[in-house]
Write a protein of this length. Structure first.
Length: 79
């Protein structure tokens, strides 16, 4: 299945799922040291949509929770 076709199916099935997938992709894109101005503009435009903003905020919270679990596991392992 072509990527565009797969994305169209995902879009039509559940817009929230697509927003969540896009949010995770944005987190990865924004985690690099150097971010192009065009990338930031595209991100802010994407995030203006309420469904995307909510998905990104959820992705951020989930990422922070994963990081906290890893940090605790590392402390426990070193103890």
């Amino acid at each position: 299945m072509e990527s565009a076709t797969r994305e169209a199916i995902i879009d039509s099935e559940d817009p929230r799922r697509k927003a969540r997938m896009d949010a995770e992709a944005w987190r990865v894109r924004l985690s690099v040291t150097r971010i192009r101005t065009e990338t930031l503009k595209a991100f802010f435009a994407w995030r203006r949509e309420p469904i995307n903003r909510a998905a990104y905020e959820d992705a951020e919270r989930a990422g922070q929770a994963r990081a906290a679990v890893v940090e605790q596991a590392e402390r426990d392992w070193k103890a």
